[in-house]
Design a protein around this ligand. Sequence first.
Ligand SMILES: [Fe+2]
Length: 341
Amino acid sequence: MRGISPGIVLVVVMVLTPTFVHLRPAQGASEAGEIVVYSARIEQLIKPMFDAFTARTGIKVTYFTAKAAELFERLRAEGPHTPADIFMTVDAGNLWMAEHAGLLQGFTSSIIEQNIPAHLRAKNNAWVGLSVRARPIMYSTDRVKPSDLSTYEALGHPRWRGRLCLRTSRKVYTQSLVATMIKTLAERRTEEVLGGWMKNQPRIFNSDTQMLKAIAAGQCDVAIANTYYLARLQAKDPGFPVAVFWANPNDRGVHVNISGAGVTKFTKHRAEAVQLIEFLSSPEAQKLYADANYEYPANPAVKPHRLIAAWGSYKADTVDVAAAGALQAAAVKLMDRIGYK
Ligand SMILES: [Fe+2]
C-alpha cells in the first residue's frame, strides 16, 4: 500500500463497500508473504482452497467478498493504490471486461498451460478459468421426452410454444450464451434463433433456481440453465423432476462458461499471486473448488463430483470463452432488438 496507510484504506473500504467481509488490515497486504484477493465468489467456496494454499506455502490469503460489479468498480477507483493482488469472479464476460479495463496483467506459466485448456483462459493468462459451468437445456421428466430435444436452435420450434422458460437478457449468463452463439453462428443466424425463442412466448426469470422450480411446478417444460443449480436441488430432493439434456451433441456442443481469476495490474506481490493461481489450477484445489459448488473442474485431469458425473459426459463447446466479453455488447443489442427482456 505504497503511500497510503492501512487505516485510510480501511475507511475507504467501509465507505465504498459495506458488504466487504474478512478484512484484516492489521497484517495488511504490504507485508511480503501475504496476498489479498477480491472475490465475487463466496467464502464457503474459496476458503478451503486458500487454507490449503497457506498450509503448503506459508503465504497468507486475505479476501474481500462482494458482487463482481462492486469489486470491478473498486479496483478501478483504487488504481495503483489497490491492496488487491487477485481478482476472482464468475463468467468470462466479467473477466474479459476487467482485462480490457486495464485492471489485470498477464503472466506466463507452464503450470497453467499444462492444467487449464487454452479456450478457458485469456491468451496471456490475464485471466484463467478455474471452474467450468455448463449451461445445457433442462426439461421436465414428466412432460418431455428427451427425443423431442436436440439443439438450442430447436427451442424455437412451435412445439415449445408457451412451454419455454428463459433467464433474463440482463443476466451475464444469457449475454455470454448469446455472445458465443454470435461468434459461432454469426449475428444473422443468432437473431433468427432467438427470434424463434421469442415467438414461443417464453416466461422470463431472474433466477435459474426459480426457473427450474417453475418446470417442476408445471409452469413450463424446458429451459436453459446452469447445471449446478439443478445439482443443488437434486442434492436436497433426488426425485426433483427435471433432467439435463446435453444440447447440440452433433455440432458445437453445450455452452460452457467459467469462473476464474487474474492477477491485478497493480499487485505488489506478483510472484505470490501467480503462485496462488497456479495452485488453484492444481488437481488438489480443483477438486475442492468444483465440488464445493457442483461445478466442473477446469483441469481436465480432475473428475467431477459424483452427483453431476451421474448425468454422463457431454461435448462442450470449445469456442474461445473470451468471445463472451468481446461480443457482449453485440449480444445485448441483438436481444434488445428482438424484444428479449
Ligand atoms: Fe450462478
